[in-house]
Write a protein that binds this ligand. Structure first.
Ligand code: G6P
Length: 368
């Protein structure tokens, strides 16, 4: 037995269960009630410099790229900044017109991903300020960026990223709060967001109570060959990340899609053997997602829904429901990804896959 596993059968499960704590560590010392904002020690840019930023590019690979997509919604909503999310492997070879006042964030667990490093160097060469959102202290990207924020998630051993992802998302939330408060976001709004962030670790702890239910559902669907993951707005990236987790460790083909977009193609895949996972928190797009769900049911597709506790409507339509605590939509990707991590984990176990070391994948891709 491996002492580092602290009794868990796999690193992936251990790291899923560490999330209440890793989120606390990401937030420790970074929330200021006095100024209703977030504080960061290592940005190496003055508030004055940062106020001059009028556009943000978020670049990353893999799961970190999904965190960037959530960051796009957050920065646009809280800081009203125009944001672009770019695959690092694409950004490095493009020559996009980038105006002055553009800030690059490189998001990376390892800080060593070759494409992310190359994209960062390319933007630096062109004179743009660069910041890293990184887990590994002293890594190449952490050193080469002008400044940045460490996740403090602790070592992530499982190849499929779990706790680093939620730490990236919570860090992007704090950065959005910070940029918002440098601009137009009110003291009151800042205070409200801080309260919601502080409540988060306990909500993730409660979310983990879905484990037994997820395990049961995983056994029911473990033999499927295709899965669809569907969500909208803040949870469109959750759909992408849920599908990626399943692909990575169970080798089942899975596609994440914006829920409404599925009628432009993926719906052709729907039959009684193809489950769809719907992410449907309470919020402004709930009814829209529900009507997308009805379309899948009408075509005989099994539906697994991730819904807020107390939602009785969804239980009448979905075949299986995984209930999670209700939370404001902006923070719901952090809660909703937890059952999807567990779902991928149990489906992979059921199929006899090596969850911590999936075939063909590396924890950190240091070649192009
Ligand atoms: C590899 C890993 C993924 C990770 C991606 C980016 O593909 O298997 O889990 O999301 O690299 O890694 P980074 O360290 O830059 O976040």
């Amino acid at each position: 037995t491996d002492v580092n596993l602290s009794g868990f059968p796999h690193y992936m499960l251990k790291e899923i269960y560490e999330q209440p704590e890793s989120l606390e560590n990401a937030m420790r010392g970074r929330l200021s009630d006095e100024d209703a904002t977030a504080v960061f020690g290592g940005l190496n840019l003055s508030a004055q410099d940062l106020r001059r930023i009028n556009r943000v590019i978020l670049t990353a690979c893999g799961t970190s790229w999904h965190a960037a997509l959530v960051g796009e919604y957050l920065l646009e909503e809280l800081a009203r900044l125009p944001v672009e999310v770019e695959y690092a492997s694409e950004l490095r070879y493009r020559n996009p017109p980038v105006e002055n006042g553009t800030l690059l964030f490189a998001i990376t667990q390892s800080g060593e991903t070759a494409d992310t490093l190359a994209a960062l160097r390319e933007m630096k060469r062109k004179g743009h300020p660069t910041l890293a959102i990184c887990n590994v202290v002293g890594s190449t990207i952490a050193q080469e960026a002008n400044g940045g924020v460490y996740l403090h998630a602790g070592p992530e051993v499982g190849v499929a990223s779990t706790k680093a992802y939620t730490s990236q998302v919570v860090t992007l939330t704090m950065l959005s709060l910070y940029f918002g408060r440098l601009r137009h976001l009110s003291f009151e709004a800042g205070t409200r967001i801080i309260g919601q962030l502080r409540a988060l670790p306990q909500l993730i702890r409660e979310t983990l109570h879905c484990h037994d239910e997820v395990k049961r559902i995983a056994e029911k669907y473990a033999h499927a060959s295709n899965f669809l993951y569907l969500g909208r707005q803040y949870n469109f990236p959750t759909a992408l990340e849920g599908a990626l987790k399943l692909k990575e460790i169970s080798y089942i083909h899975a596609e994440g899609y914006p829920a409404a977009e599925m009628k432009h193609g993926p719906i052709a895949l729907v039959d009684e053997h193809t489950p769809s996972v719907f992410i449907m928190p309470q919020g402004p797009v709930y009814d829209k997602v529900m009507s997308n769900l009805e379309e899948i049911k009408a075509r005989g597709g099994p539906v697994i829904a991730i819904a807020a506790r107390g939602d009785s409507e969804v239980a009448r339509l979905a075949d299986d429901v995984i209930y999670v605590p209700e939370v404001t939509e902006m923070l719901s990707p952090l809660v909703n990804i937890v059952p999807l991590q567990l779902l991928a984990y149990h489906i992979a176990l059921h199929r006899g896959c090596d969850v911590d070391k999936p075939r063909n994948l590396a924890k950190s891709v240091t070649v192009e």
